[in-house]
Design a protein around this ligand. Structure first.
Ligand code: SAM
Length: 346
């Protein structure tokens, strides 16, 4: 589209303006169970039957289903002037809860947490800080106290974190040849979404997941199966407690939660305990050095503003942090997915 046309009809701006509707329509259909019902049903279903089975109004469900067709999340077929709906392949694969690659929890977390915090983006920009108090009426502004405010919430957050690695964990772990590193520690590794990919790709490796004690307890109870014997856990606070010696430290989606001084503190601590010749694998969404994109990384950085003390960083910013922490070499791999990978060597 030429710039004159842009000015006659600013299509791009109208698309941006509807952005919140797109996420709300998709996640409302997820929350009400539309994709799960259609995944289980023998064939396409009419709107009134879907409404009845899911306990909603027929009028509201009809609007929702029509919009989902517009978003290519559902397909529709007219039979005797009646609309019958079925899932598209995309929804079957990624929106039904039962699918192994389901992003249901990922999108629900965006809808229930990120969306609410972003409602206060103006305040976040004015004040330069996270917005949990306004969004949730919770007095704590500590990210992990808020996210882990009950076991139910912890389970949801953990499903959210794991979901993403089910579709691109392998891209992160295979970005560099990690086979020389056999003793691996996944710092802030949560319930092991990435650790699982790591042991499956590198049969000689063992991974210790280091995370807060309550996360470790939850992961052991609900997320890691006994067959995964090459995964062990270590509960602690990586800022105040000792961290185990290893050849490689995976630090995935952790540094973007913290300001530069905390990142440097953690990286320096890792450098001290890392075996000579060992390394640190950072998994983060990289902003281009010229700051022109990619859009996904820039958007994620806004989420960091409303929820954390951190931001998404450029390769140059990571180079500065890694060098200051004592690492001597740094290689960057853009994966083409939401997250990229940096390997720093001691
Ligand atoms: N690395 C995981 C992933 O990519 O799925 C989880 C990333 S999540 C954004 C940050 C993780 O850091 C959480 O699992 C959280 O519990 C952990 N964490 C936060 N503060 C911590 C601390 N002080 N000590 C240890 N783990 C911490």
């Amino acid at each position: 589209m030429s710039s004159t046309q842009d000015l006659d009809y600013p299509q791009l701006l109208f698309q941006y303006n509807s952005g919140f509707l797109l996420t709300k329509i998709m996640t409302t259909a997820c929350e009400l169970g539309v994709f799960d019902l259609l995944l289980e049903s023998e064939g396409p279903l009419p709107s009134d039957v879907i409404a009845e089975r899911l306990g909603t109004s027929a009028y509201g469900m009809e609007r929702l289903l029509e919009a989902c067709v517009g978003l290519k999340l559902l397909a529709v077929e007219m039979k005797s002037e009646r609309a019958f709906y079925r899932n598209t392949e995309l929804s079957n694969l990624y929106l039904g809860k039962a699918s192994p690659k389901s992003q249901y929890h990922h999108f629900m977390y965006y809808s229930k947490t990120n969306y609410l915090c972003c409602h206060y983006l103006t305040d976040a920009v004015r004040e330069g800080k996270k917005q949990y108090k306004r969004a949730f009426g919770i007095s704590s502004e500590d990210l992990f106290e808020v996210l882990y405010r009950s076991e139910e919430e912890m389970i949801k957050v953990t499903h959210f974190l794991n979901a993403f690695w089910s579709v691109c964990g392998r891209d992160m772990i295979s970005a560099f040849d990690l086979s020389p590193f056999t003793v691996i520690c996944d710092l802030g590794g949560g319930a092991g979404g990435l650790a699982r990919e790591c042991i499956s790709l590198y049969p000689n490796s063992t991974v210790t997941i280091y995370d807060l004690p309550k996360v470790v307890q939850l992961a052991k109870e609900h997320f890691v199966t006994p067959e995964e014997s090459r995964i062990t856990f270590h509960g602690g606070d990586f800022f105040t407690d000792p961290i185990p010696e290893a050849d490689l430290y995976i630090v995935a989606r952790v540094l973007h939660d913290w300001a530069d001084d905390k990142c440097l503190e953690l990286l320096s601590k890792i450098h001290k305990v890392c075996k000579p010749g060992g390394g640190v694998l950072l998994v983060e969404s990289l902003v281009d050095d010229d700051k022109t994109g990619p859009l996904d990384a820039l958007l994620l950085s806004v989420i960091m503003l409303v929820q954390t003390e951190g931001k998404e960083r450029t390769p140059s910013e990571f180079r500065k942090l890694l060098t200051a922490a004592g690492f001597r070499e740094m290689q960057v791999k853009k994966t083409g997915k939401l997250y990229d990978v940096i390997l720093g060597r001691k």
